[in-house]
Design a protein around this ligand. Structure first.
Ligand code: ATP
Ligand code: MG
Length: 305
């Protein structure tokens, strides 16, 4: 049995906007195993980014727990404890333009975490780390003294990855890391992430819109709908045997490579009212080993008979 790196238990993030409460994340329970990539997909506004940010403690959780190696991430923490979590959990962002300070050199951007966490004893060691990180992400040491605007989108995302790697994290949340990049560059960045995962034993939460790329990188995939997980399974199982109607609708929207089939096939539309829950709260139930679906008791019986 794979070891758990993160345990997320009934996690909630409700925003009180003054005009009402937005239940952006509304009761998520799932584990992330050491060394895996867990993909998180779902339509815009379903709560993917909020989930990532709450796990990493950019927001205090409204309710629920996040355990990292068995330790609670939320709640009262000493400065030293917070620093430790900040180092172990890093984030890569969608927009490599907005997430890099334009006035800092690449070396200073990459070394920021090294400085904060005191990971280099001398200036020379600091620069050696920067050079080595640049090479690790497919750039080179001549890039160290340049500024972000001198790079392409794909190269900037590599700088963002080097910055995250600099503090030797165990867990990286990648929030749509390739959505802003040219299609031709996307696979390169995903392949780099896969290589780094193998070499450094990293665990990823990979947030995505693009269902074809998420299948390629993820070991398991969680499908989110309105702040909840409606289905969770290995990538293969999810694509071969989607059980929740929302997952089916999402999959039916992926463009097919063959134009003839693409023209004639029908897309499914999900309507949350199609369930007959009769006031019963649907729950995430394990239909086959490792394949979880949010459903009522009656739906569960239907799926398992
Ligand atoms: N800081 C905030 N204050 C109030 N509401 C917020 C805040 N952040 C997010 N929301 C709302 O919470 C919901 C979930 O947003 P979130 O950004 O997590 O969705 P998402 O799945 O990442 O969407 P996208 O695919 O567009 O990135 C949305 O309704 C959003 O408007
Ligand atoms: Mg988002």
């Amino acid at each position: 049995m794979a070891e758990k790196l993160l345990e997320i238990k009934n996690l909630k993030q409700h925003f009180d906007t003054g005009k009402g409460v937005i239940k952006a994340v509304d009761g998520l329970t799932f584990d992330i195993y050491k060394g895996e990539t867990l993909g998180l997909v779902g339509e815009s506004g379903c709560g993917k980014s909020t989930t990532g940010r709450t796990i990493i403690r950019l927001y205090d959780a409204t309710d629920g727990e996040v355990l990292f190696n068995g330790e609670n991430v939320h709640g009262r923490k000493s400065k030293a404890e917070l620093k430790k979590f900040n180092r172990k959990m890093q984030m890569i962002f969608q927009d490599p333009y907005a997430s890099l300070n334009p006035r800092m050199t690449v070396a200073d951007i990459i070394a920021e975490g090294i400085d904060i966490h005191g990971l280099a004893k001398t200036k020379q060691e600091r620069m050696n780390k920067v050079y080595s990180l640049l090479e690790t992400v497919g750039l080179n040491r001549e890039h160290a003294n340049r500024y972000p605007h001198e790079f392409s989108g794909g190269q900037r995302q590599r700088i963002g990855i080097a910055r995250a790697l600099a503090v030797e994290p165990d867990f990286i949340i990648a929030d749509e890391p390739i959505s802003a990049l040219d299609v031709s560059i996307q696979a390169q960045v995903v392949n780099l992430m896969k290589k780094l995962q193998r070499e450094h034993g990293l665990t990823y939460l990979f947030i995505a819109h693009d269902l074809s790329m998420v299948k390629y990188i993820s070991d398991r995939i969680g499908v989110m709908y309105r702040g909840k997980i409606v289905e969770l399974a290995t990538s293969e199982e999810l694509y071969r045997n989607p059980l929740h109607p929302y997952t089916k609708a999402l999959l039916s929207a992926i463009p097919l490579p063959d134009p003839d089939t693409e023209r004639t096939r029908t897309r499914q539309v999900y309507d949350a009212n199609e369930h007959n829950y009769n006031g019963e709260e649907p729950q995430l139930r394990e239909v086959t080993p490792g394949h979880y679906v949010s459903c009522s008791e009656a739906e569960f019986k239907q799926m398992t008979k």
